[in-house]
Write a protein that binds this ligand. Structure first.
Ligand code: ZN
Ligand code: ZN
Length: 436
C-alpha cells in the first residue's frame, strides 16, 4: 500500500511541496525500534570509580548495537537545555517541542486514558497529606497506590458553574484533573509549592476566563478537602498508620495543541510501549497507538521481558515502535547507584530478547535515553545522551561500547533529538530526494 503524505509543517526544516517522506510503504512491513532508557544517561559517579553507570554496567547487547552500527550523542532539545520526559519524547518522535508543547496536564490526561476535546483544560495533580493546620507533610501521601482509585472516584463528575470536572488516578499518587465547559482558560497558577512544611498555594487566574477558572478551582479544592478528609478510605489509612491522601496539589494547566499525526507526517504507523502515563500521553497526542503491557509499572519492578515480547508482537502490526523503560530515571532521582546499574542491565536484557527473537538484521534499531539524570544531582540536566543505531544498511563506525563517552566519538556526531527519526527512516529508504 502506498500512502501520499502531506508535507511536514514543522520540525524538519522543510516546508512547501517537496516532502522527503512523500511516498512510503506502510503496514507493519518495516521493523523500526527506538529503545529509550529513561534518564539512563549520567555523569561520572565517584563510587563507580568516576565511571558513568553505563560505563560500569554489563550492557552487552547495547554494546553490540554500538559495535555493529553508528554512534553519536543527542541533545534531546538543544545543547544545555534540560529536557522533561515529555518534551524529550516529543523530540525523539520527530517533532519540535517548542512548537507543540502546551504543558504536562494534557499529556497526563491523554496518558491515563481520558479523551480530550478541544477547549478542555487539564492539570496534573498529586494526592498529598496535610496536617491539622493545613500544612503539607507529604507531597505524595505515602506514594498511595490501590486506595487512590476509590478516592479519585469520589471527586469525579462534580459540576461547578456549568463546568464539568473529571478526576482520575493516573499512577500511584499521580492524578489528572480535567475541566470541560465554556469560558475557561489554562492561564491559572499551580497550587503545588513543590516542598513540604508550607500550605498549598491558592490558584490565581489571568484574564476574565482565567479568573473564572481559578474561582471554580478554589471551590473544587474546598469540596476535595472536605470529601477526602471524611472519606472512609482515609480513616482506614490513619488507623493503619499510613498518611491519609486528604488533599490534592495541582500543576501544569494546559490545553490540547493542534498536531499533525505521526502517520500523516512520516507515512509510518507507530506504537508506543511505556509504563509512564506521561510518555503514553505524548504518544497519543502524536497519534501513535499505545500498547498496554501487563507488568509494565513504570517503576524498578517493571517486567522488562514482557515489554520485549510486546515490542516483538507489535512489529507484526506496526512499522515503528518506541519502548520506554522508566526505572533508570527513578533510581537516578533517588540517588540509588546500584539500582540504576541493575536497571540498565535489565534494559539490556530487554534489548537482548528483541534481538534474539526478531534477528538483528531484520531491524532498524536505536538505543538511547530521553535525558541525562545524574545520580549525584538527582534531577534532569542538559547533558547530551548517547545513541547507537543499527540497520543493515547503516555505516559501521569504530565505536565498540555503548556509553556517554564512547558514543561521542562515533560517526553520527552530535545531533538534536528531532533528527533521530529522520536519520533512521533514511536508513530504511523512506523518503524522497529534496531538490534535484
Ligand atoms: Zn525521562
Ligand atoms: Zn525524571
Amino acid at each position: 500500500m502506498v500512502l501520499r503524505v502531506t508535507p511536514p509543517s514543522n520540525g524538519l526544516g522543510l516546508r512547501g511541496d517537496k516532502n522527503p517522506f512523500h511516498e512510503v510503504k506502510v503496514g507493519g512491513q518495516l521493523s523500526i525500534v527506538v529503545l529509550v532508557g529513561d534518564g539512563m544517561s549520567d555523569r561520572r559517579v565517584s563510587i563507580l570509580g568516576d565511571r558513568t553507570p553505563l560505563q560500569y554496567s554489563r550492557n552487552r547487547n547495547m554494546c553490540l548495537i554500538s559495535k555493529l552500527g553508528e554512534n553519536g550523542i543527542i541533545d534531546p532539545i538543544s545543547p544545555g537545555v534540560t529536557p522533561g520526559s515529555d518534551t524529550a519524547h516529543i523530540a525523539l518522535l520527530g517533532y519540535d517541542p517548542f512548537e507543540i508543547y502546551t504543558g504536562r496536564g494534557v499529556l497526563e490526561a491523554l496518558g491515563s486514558g481520558i479523551s480530550l476535546k478541544r477547549g478542555d483544560i487539564a492539570f496534573r495533580c498529586n494526592f498529598c497529606t496535610l496536617d491539622e493546620k493545613g500544612v503539607i507533610v507529604d507531597r505524595r501521601a505515602g506514594r498511595i497506590r490501590e486506595d487512590g482509585e476509590i478516592l479519585a472516584k469520589s471527586l469525579d463528575g462534580i459540576r461547578i458553574s456549568g463546568v464539568k470536572i473529571k478526576f482520575k488516578q493516573a499512577l500511584a499518587h499521580r492524578c489528572v484533573l480535567v475541566l470541560r465547559g465554556k469560558k475557561i482558560s489554562h492561564e491559572v497558577t499551580d497550587t503545588d509549592p513543590k516542598r513540604v512544611g508550607v500550605k498549598p498555594l491558592i490558584p490565581k487566574g489571568r484574564g476574565e476566563d482565567g479568573e473564572r477558572t481559578a474561582e471554580i478551582l478554589r471551590e473544587f479544592l474546598n469540596i476535595a478537602k472536605e470529601t477526602l478528609s471524611e472519606h472512609p478510605v482515609n480513616k482506614e489509612r490513619i488507623r493503619k498508620g499510613l498518611p491519609p491522601a486528604n488533599f490534592i496539589l495541582l500543576r501544569g494547566a494546559s490545553f490540547l495543541p493542534e498536531v499533525q499525526k505521526f502517520k500523516e507526517r512520516f507515512g509510518v504507523n507507530g506504537a508506543c510501549i511505556a509504563g509512564m502515563s506521561l510518555v503514553k500521553g505524548v504518544a497519543r497526542l502524536l497519534g501513535l497507538d499505545v500498547v498496554e503491557v501487563e507488568g509494565a509499572t513504570g517503576g524498578l519492578d517493571t517486567d522488562v521481558l514482557s515489554k520485549a515480547d510486546a515490542t516483538i508482537s507489535s512489529l507484526d502490526k506496526y512499522d515503528f515502535v518506541l519502548v520506554n523503560v522508566k526505572g533508570t530515571d527513578e533510581a537516578s532521582h533517588d540517588g540509588k547507584v546500584f539500582e540504576k546499574v541493575n536497571m540498565i542491565e535489565k534494559i539490556d536484557l530487554l534489548l537482548g530478547r528483541i534481538l534474539e527473537e526478531k534477528g538483528i538484521e531484520e531491524l532498524t534499531i536505536a538505543v538511547t535515553a530521553d535525558h541525562t539524570t545524574p545520580l549525584e544531582v538527582k534531577k534532569h540536566t542538559g547533558d547530551p545522551v548517547p545513541v547507537a543505531i543499527y540497520s543493515k544498511s547503516a555505516r559501521r563506525d569504530s565505536t565498540r561500547l555503548f556509553d556517554e563517552i564512547s558514543c561521542s566519538s562515533g560517526s553520527i556526531g552530535r545531533i538534536s533529538g528531532k533528527n533521530l527519526l529522520p536519520i533512521m527512516f533514511n536508513l530504511e529508504g523512506i523518503g524522497e530526494e529534496f531538490g534535484e
